[in-house]
Design a protein around this ligand. Structure first.
Ligand code: ADP
Ligand code: MG
Length: 624
C-alpha cells in the first residue's frame, strides 16, 4: 500500500494557523502593536480604515529589522524572542510563538518597511497571501511600519463573517486600550478614517487611564499598592459609588500583559462586598508583577489567559490589598497623594451643583399617567383631573377588553388585532364589571401585579411590563412622533471620552426625538439642556452610560435597528425595578398601558410580561 499522508504546503498551513491567530481585524491590531512594544518603540501610531477591513497600519520607532530578518519574520515559527525551551519560562516579551506575521501575511496584502538605527537604507517588502511580490531597498526612518490591507481577501467566508464597522472598530479600540494601558510610558496615537481618536503622550499609569477614559475618570480612582514576595500589586480601583452596571472598565495586567481571569475578578468582587449597589460592577486597573517563571502564558492561542503557580495566595493578596485601599479611602478620602492636580479640569458647572434645589423637578410626575405621549405633548401637565379622565377613557378601550378575551388559549390570537382601533368589539364585561376589574389590582412581593379577568386572573411582571410600555413609547418617539421635553433650569454638563462622544453624535437625532435637548456636544463633554418627560435629572448620566454601553456591545447597522436599540436600552434603564412599591393607581395604569401596547405579551427582550391562570386551572388544583 502506498502512503497517503502528505505534508501540507506552507501557505496552506499558514492559512490554517491564521484561523487561530486572526479572528478579526482587532487580532491583527493586537499582534502588530505587541510586536512594536517588543521592538522597544517609544512612539506607536495605529492607522485604521473602515474598522480595519481596508487598512491596518502600525508605525513604530523601535529597533527595526535588517534585510534578512525582514524576510524571515514572515516565516512560520520565526521569532527572535526565544532560542531555547527554557526561554519560555523567562519571557519578558509579548510574542514568542513566531506565527503572527506568517498568519497575517497568508490572509492579507502586507507591506513592510523597516530600518535599523545604524543602517543607511531600509527594506521594503510586499507580500500577498504568503507570496513575496517585491523586495527593495528604500530610504526610511528608523523603525518599522506594517500595513495590512484587505484582510481575508482570499477567505471570503471569513470576510463575510465580519460584523459591522462599528462592532469591529469597537474590538480594535478594546485591543488598543489594553496595550496602551499596559504601557503608559509609550506614546500611542490612533487614527480612524482620517480622524484622530486617541492621542496618548508618554505618561504615568494614572494619566494614561485618564487619557483613555476621559478626564472625569480621575476623581473616581483610588490607588492600590501592595508588595509581597510572590506578587507586586499596584494600580487603581474605582470608588464604589461610581460602579457601573456593565463590566466595561476591568483590567488586569500581569507583567504588562492584559489578561482575563474570572478567578482574580472574583477576588476583587469579594473585596467590594457590601459596597456595591445591586448588579453593579466595580472598575479596576490592576498591574501585577510576578516572577516570569511562576506563570504559564502558553495555554491560550491568543494569550489572554494565563496560569499562575500559586493562584490561592494571589487571590488572597489581591482581595486584601483592594480591601485595604477601599478602607483607606473611606476613612480619609483626601489622602490621595498620587493625585495629579494637572489632570483636574475644573469646569464652571461643577460648582453650580450646590444650587441644585432650584432645579425644577415635577414631583407630581407619574410615569404611568403618561401612557399617551401624544397627549402630553400638547397638554399642560398640571390639571389633576386630566390623568384620571384619560385613565377612565382608556379603561373602556377595546384593546384592553379584546386582549383579555384572547388571554386564555394562546397568544397567537393577538396577532393581527389592531389594538388602536376605537370600536368596541367585545361585550365580555359590562361597564360595571370593567370598573371593578380595573380597581382590583394587587401588587404582590413588590414584583407582580395580579388582576382578575373574566377567565380567571392575570399575573403581570411589573418590571417587564414597564419595559414594554416604555419601549413602545420611545420607539414611537424616535420614529414617528417626537416626545416632549422638560427644559432644565441649569443645563447638565456630562463628560465622556472620544469614542463615547462619537456614539452620542451618532445617536443625537434619535435622542432628541425622545425629548433630549443637547445644547452642546463638545470634544470631551456634552451639555444637556432638556430631558424627556419621564427621565429625571439624577437618571441622565446613568441612562446615557448604559445606553453607550449597550450600543457598544451590540451595535446596530441600520437606522431602524439603531432606534430599536436605543428604545430598548432606555426602557431597560428607566423601567421601575422589582421591589418598587406601586400605588393602586399606578398598578391600574400599568395594566392599562401594557394592554394598550402593540405587543403586550413580551418584554422588549422577548421575555413574557404576564401569565394567566384560568378558573379551571384553579378548580383543578382545588379538586384534589
Ligand atoms: P513573535 O512576536 O511571536 O516573535 P511575530 O510573527 O509576531 O512573532 O514576529 C516575528 C518576528 O518579527 C519577531 O520575533 C521580531 O523579531 C520581528 N518583528 C515583528 N514586528 C517587529 C517590529 N515592529 N519591529 C521589529 N521587529 C519586529
Ligand atoms: Mg508577535
Amino acid at each position: 500500500m502506498s502512503s497517503i499522508i502528505q505534508l501540507l504546503p506552507d501557505h496552506v498551513a499558514n492559512q490554517i494557523a491564521a484561523g487561530e491567530v486572526v479572528q478579526r481585524p482587532a487580532s491583527v491590531v493586537k499582534e502588530l502593536l505587541e510586536n512594536s512594544v517588543d521592538a522597544g518603540a517609544t512612539d506607536i501610531k495605529l492607522i485604521v480604515k473602515d474598522a480595519g477591513k481596508t487598512l491596518i497600519q502600525v508605525i513604530d520607532n523601535g529597533k527595526g529589522m535588517d534585510v534578512t530578518d525582514a524576510r524571515l519574520c514572515f516565516e512560520r515559527h520565526a521569532t527572535s524572542k526565544i532560542r531555547h525551551a527554557e526561554d519560555l519560562f523567562a519571557l519578558h516579551t509579548k510574542g514568542f510563538r513566531g506565527e503572527a506575521l506568517a498568519s497575517i501575511a497568508a490572509i492579507a496584502h502586507v507591506e513592510l518597511k523597516t530600518k535599523q538605527d545604524q543602517q543607511e537604507l531600509g527594506t521594503h517588502i510586499i507580500i500577498e497571501g504568503s507570496k513575496f511580490v517585491s523586495q527593495d531597498v528604500a530610504v526610511l526612518p528608523k523603525g518599522t511600519s506594517f500595513s495590512v490591507k484587505n484582510l481575508f481577501f482570499n477567505i471570503p467566508a471569513r470576510r463575510n463573517f465580519l460584523k459591522s464597522d462599528t462592532v469591529e472598530f469597537r474590538h480594535i479600540i478594546d485591543e488598543f486600550e489594553r496595550v496602551a494601558l499596559a504601557h503608559p510610558g509609550i506614546s500611542f496615537v490612533l487614527y480612524h478614517n482620517g480622524s484622530e481618536m486617541f492621542n496618548l503622550p508618554s505618561s504615568n499609569q494614572r494619566q494614561r487611564i485618564v487619557g483613555v477614559f476621559g478626564a472625569r475618570t480621575n476623581e473616581k480612582l483610588v490607588p492600590v499598592n501592595e508588595s509581597t514576595e510572590i506578587v507586586q500589586v499596584q494600580g487603581f480601583i474605582v470608588k464604589p459609588e461610581f460602579a457601573k452596571k456593565s463590566r466595561g472598565e476591568q483590567f488586569f495586567f500581569v507583567n504588562n500583559r492584559f489578561i482575563k481571569s474570572g478567578y482574580l475578578h472574583h477576588a476583587i468582587m469579594a473585596a467590594y462586598e457590601g459596597l456595591l449597589k445591586d448588579g453593579c460592577q466595580p472598575g479596576y486597573f490592576l498591574y501585577l508583577d510576578v516572577p516570569p517563571n511562576t506563570i504559564d502564558i502558553n495555554i491560550h492561542p491568543t494569550k489572554t489567559e494565563i496560569k499562575f503557580d500559586d493562584e490561592h495566595a494571589l487571590y488572597a493578596i489581591l482581595r486584601s490589598s483592594v480591601k485595604h485601599s477601599l478602607g483607606q479611602f473611606n476613612v480619609a478620602p483626601v489622602l490621595d497623594f498620587e493625585r495629579d492636580a494637572n489632570l483636574d479640569t475644573p469646569y464652571d458647572y461643577e460648582r453650580k451643583e450646590a444650587v441644585m434645589p432650584m432645579v425644577e423637578v415635577d414631583r407630581n410626575f407619574n410615569p404611568f399617567a403618561d401612557d399617551k405621549p401624544a397627549k402630553s405633548a400638547f397638554g399642560t401637565s398640571g390639571g389633576s383631573s386630566a390623568p384620571v379622565r384619560q385613565f377612565r377613557k382608556q379603561e373602556r378601550m377595546p384593546a384592553w377588553e379584546s386582549l383579555y378575551t384572547g388571554l386564555t388559549p394562546a397568544t397567537e390570537e393577538f396577532e393581527g388585532t389592531d389594538f388602536e382601533e376605537d370600536e368596541i368589539t367585545g361585550s365580555l364585561f359590562n361597564e360595571n364589571e370593567v370598573e371593578q376589574a380595573v380597581q382590583t389590582t394587587y401588587q404582590i412581593h413588590k414584583k407582580y401585579i395580579v388582576s382578575p379577568i373574566k377567565s380567571g386572573m392575570v399575573i403581570i411582571d411589573q418590571k417587564r411590563a414597564h419595559q414594554r410600555i416604555l419601549y413602545e413609547q420611545f420607539l414611537k418617539n424616535i420614529t414617528v412622533q417626537h416626545g416632549s421635553s422638560q427644559q432644565l433650569l441649569f443645563p447638565l454638563v456630562l463628560h465622556f471620552n472620544k469614542t463615547e462622544l462619537d456614539l452620542i453624535r451618532e445617536m443625537k437625532s434619535s435622542l432628541e426625538n425622545t425629548g433630549f435637548v443637547f445644547a452642546e456636544v463638545n470634544h470631551d463633554h456634552i451639555v444637556v439642556s432638556g430631558l424627556p418627560v419621564n427621565v429625571s435629572e439624577s437618571e441622565v448620566s446613568i441612562l446615557l452610560e448604559e445606553l453607550i454601553n449597550d450600543l457598544q456591545q451590540e451595535v446596530p447597522d441600520s437606522s431602524f435597528s439603531q432606534s430599536d436599540s436605543i428604545a430598548k436600552s432606555m426602557a431597560k434603564s428607566l423601567a421601575i425595578k422589582t421591589g418598587t412599591l406601586l400605588t393602586e393607581k399606578e398598578q391600574e395604569n400599568m395594566v392599562n398601558s401594557l394592554f394598550a401596547c402593540k405587543e403586550p405579551d413580551v418584554s422588549p427582550f422577548n421575555k413574557p410580561t404576564f401569565i394567566t391562570v384560568s378558573v379551571e386551572d384553579l378548580d383543578k388544583r382545588f379538586a384534589v
